[in-house]
Design a protein around this ligand. Structure first.
Ligand code: ADP
Ligand code: XUL
Length: 538
């Protein structure tokens, strides 16, 4: 491990990322260097929970859940690994976290007391086995709440009215619609619930041993928060479920200190007794912090389980048809805009296994060796019901250069088609909500793939930069921990950019090719036409 210590302070900041497939950690020193990274993969390291990509895909093809106890076990396992690696846990001044967005964790009456009374003699997992009123947490991949979405839009005066109030039209995965479904279908479990957390605020609750508030940025992904006032929207709460506000608790800005690490972590892992916890936030908001997006035109693409395109925004302009406006996680007065695709890494992985011998290197080589534009072939790869564009019926839809349906593509063409359609879609829909990149910062697992970065640069006609580590969720959480700690020390809000002024620069990884970009600009029209057709048929 590298040594730290700007001004001899020698303190560290920890970012945790409870994401879809794994929990990850990034430890930074006071010079903003990442000095340690660690991860626990759910499928591989906690096989007893029987997840696939961190989730349980139910037989209706729409419902997707994860066991919240797995997230508890994973946190403990991660901290154990860090202690085994001799990380200076006793010198961590502040911790914050990132969580996959929209997922909810349901805690039964009495859970708060259990959290308060955690003891180091027992495992977290054993002590928290019985705190959940719902054992299967709905996550962001779920698309089973169409009925509840329609009801919310009807009650509030239509999709635009819901978007104006909450930042997004009603979306299936958004937490409020998931809450409405559980209230309607499982009323006794709803009644037994004392607190509904997001994945992020659950992580913070585990760390402080108490109920932690939801932050305004992750709270924007619920269809329940007034996006301008940054308070719960009573009309949305009323339509969702009774007595909901008390179950949700407070909503706070992202730099808020939510408590101190519970004594459990000092006794078990040697954390410092003064270590504070800063409100945890969503993975995309944390990535925005990790990518330090400040200027308009600086846009990030996160290539994790989902693919997302996002950027900072001064004024919200919510759309009734697509995209999301969230509160900004580091600047209380600002916003962020985002487009999300569900068929990201796992869909690429499936095509890789079928067409590139299960090798990312081979997958990248095919992309680098085949012509931009795929000789006019366009495909839509919908392994899971898609969010952007909304396609509920799963399957692969392939078209030739004239727009005629095809059953199969020649060898290799699926590799190019899956990647090209993913980024043509992000370009088209990002543009619709004002996300027009002049430079792109890429992050997430797939940002290690040169072939994919080349397609991104060419589709958008913009240079692509990457950070030293592809894990901007955990790094962003570590930056936010530092920011919250500095604000607490100064007893006032300090601009995030001031705290991060010395952060390491990003590396330019790919320049766009003008000719290839022109091919994609032309292809986008055909892509849009075919996309409309596929959406209309479903
Ligand atoms: P999440 O945070 O959503 O759990 P990550 O950002 O950790 O996801 O990304 C995990 C994904 O990264 C895996 O599903 C895998 O398909 C993808 N991945 C890892 N390495 C590569 C690579 N070299 N090329 C393309 N994709 C990759
Ligand atoms: C964002 C979304 C996903 C999850 C998981 O709206 O649904 O990006 O946050 O990464």
């Amino acid at each position: 491990m590298k040594k730290s210590g700007k001004n001899g302070t020698g303190v560290y900041f920890l970012g945790l990322d409870s994401s879809t497939q794994a929990i990850k950690a990034a430890l930074i020193d006071s010079n903003l260097n990442v000095v340690h990274e660690q991860a626990v993969n759910f499928d591989k390291e906690l096989p007893e929970f029987k997840t696939q990509g961190g989730a349980h895909l139910h037989s209706d093809g729409l419902t997707v859940t994860s066991p919240p106890l797995m997230w508890v076990a994973a946190l403990e396992c991660l901290l154990q690994k860090m202690q085994d690696d001799k990380c200076p846990l006793d010198r961590i001044a502040a911790v914050s976290g990132s969580g996959q967005q929209h997922g909810s964790v349901w805690l039964r009456k009495g859970a708060r007391l259990t959290l308060n009374g955690l003891v180091a003699e027992k495992s977290l997992r054993d002590q928290l086995t019985d705190v959940f009123s719902v054992a299967d947490s709905p996550i962001w991949m779920d698309s089973s709440t169409g009925e509840q979405c329609r009801a919310l839009e009807k009650a509030l005066g239509g999709a635009q009215a819901v978007a104006n109030l909450t930042g997004s039209r009603a979306y299936e995965r958004f937490t409020g619609n998931q809450i409405a479904k559980i209230y309607q279908n499982r009323p006794s479990e709803y009644a037994a619930t004392e607190r509904i957390c997001l994945v992020s605020s659950f992580l913070a609750s585990l760390l402080i041993g108490d109920y932690a508030p939801i932050d305004t940025s992750d709270g924007s992904g619920m269809n329940l928060m007034d996006i301008r006032k940054k308070k719960w929207a009573s009309a949305a709460l009323k339509q969702t479920a009774p007595a909901l506000e008390a179950k949700l608790g407070e909503i706070v800005p992202g730099h808020t200190v939510v408590g101190k690490m519970h004594a459990f972590y000092r006794r078990k892992f040697g954390f410092n007794p003064d270590c504070i916890v800063i409100a945890c936030s969503g993975d995309n908001p944390c990535s925005l912090a990790g990518m330090r997006l400040q200027r308009t035109g600086d846009i990030a693409i996160s290539l994790g389980t989902s693919d997302t395109l996002f950027g900072s925004l001064a004024k919200p302009k919510p759309s009734a048809s697509e995209g999301h406006i969230f509160a900004n996680p580091v600047e209380p007065k600002a916003y962020m805009a985002m487009v999300v695709r569900k068929n990201g890494s796992l869909t690429r992985e499936r095509v890789r296994d079928e067409a590139a011998g299960k090798s990312w290197d081979k997958f990248a080589k095919i992309l680098l060796d085949t012509p931009p534009g795929n000789n006019g072939l366009i495909g839509f790869y919908v392994d899971q019901p898609e969010i952007t564009p909304p396609i509920m019926k799963t399957g692969v839809y392939r078209f030739d250069a004239k727009g005629k349906k095809l059953g199969k593509f020649p060898v290799g063409a699926d590799v190019r088609a899956v990647v090209e359609s993913q980024f043509l879609s992000l370009r088209l829909h990002g543009d619709n909500i004002g996300l027009k990149p002049s430079a792109i910062l890429a992050t997430g697992g797939a940002s290690a793939n040169e072939g994919i970065l080349k397609v991104i640069a060419d589709v958008f006609g913009a240079p692509v930069c990457v950070g030293e580590q592809p894990n901007s969720g955990a790094i962003g959480a570590a930056y936010r921990a530092m920011h919250g700690w500095e604000c607490r020390k100064a007893e006032k809000f300090i601009p995030f950019a001031d705290v991060l002024a010395d952060a390491p620069p990003f590396r330019k990884a790919m320049e766009p090719d003008r000719a290839a970009h022109a091919v994609y600009t032309k292809m986008l029209k055909q892509y849009e036409k075919l996309e409309k057709k596929v959406v209309a048929e479903n």
